[in-house]
Design a protein around this ligand. Sequence first.
Ligand code: APR
Length: 322
Amino acid sequence: MSRPKIAIIGAGQIGTVISHLIALRHLGNVILYDIVKDLPQGKALDVQEASRIDGFDVSIQGTNTYEDIQGADLVIVTAGVPRKPGMSRDDLLTVNSKIIRSVAENIRQYAPEAIVILISNPLDAMVMLFQKVSEFPVNRVMGQAGVLDSSRFCTFIAQELSISVKDVNAMVLGGHGDSMVPLVYSANVHGVPVMDLLIQKYGDENKAQHMMQTMVERTRMAGGEIVGLLKSGSAFYSPASAAVAMAESILRDEHRLLPVCAYLQGEYGLHDLYMGVPAVLAQSGVIKVVEIQLSPDEKNAFQSSALQVKSLITNMQKLNLL
Ligand code: APR
């Protein structure tokens, strides 16, 4: 059986870490594309030269030519401009829309059968734009956000409870912006509700609620926290890990249920919209969007997050970007 071919568009911070993680997990051969001359070749060579040490024999090749992505099974799009301190993801709308449009046209031409995972921000709007321009079936176009946001939420819970993160399960749904929706009531440690553990710790329900709310807010702002610390550029290790988890579920046909920016066709009462929802990822892409019970508060938060995503889409239309 031949190895999967994985194209990564954008050989910046996230794209390069993704290529290393793909190699470490032996997921397939990588084509790393960027518009900047020599950059993807240099990054690819650097990762390839770790092969003897890390024990991988997949090939990592850099290119400035879209023809080289021909036959790709999976394309991960990281092309775009990252945030600067003080910017929201939505501030990237105009600049990244133009980039994603050209990326979509090229993927449509050179890798028409590929499954596509987007990472570029503002995520939900960029995924919608990509799908409309490429005209790919909606199950083959998705965005990475929820796996990362959920991992951030789990990290904060584990730190707060002094418990291994391995046993923490918590999901973040909605748009990948400040309106995202960390699910509080279903957050658990091996089935034990996080709220119960917080009440045990603080001996007081109000204090426990307050701590949970603090973690929810930190999760919503976690990307900005990193942008503020880095001063230039945004998070890249954790977004890369999140994208590779999705890629692995697709390439190995794992059928994982993950929070995915997926296309909604009536689920959660929403139509013609990409948003973070639980979805099953397998060889053909998103094979199912899963509707789960939300508390009344979570339902309201999810619907206002949808309004936020819709207003971004409207802005794109007004600016003639979509
Ligand atoms: N085609 C291909 N690559 C492009 C294009 C294009 N039209 N325009 C820009 N790029 C490349 C840049 O040359 C750069 O190498 O995209 C890469 C982006 O890398 P970084 O600037 O390091 O950004 P990164 O941190 O990887 O984030 C990429 O993901 O999380 C989001 O908000 C983030 O939108 C940003 C994207």
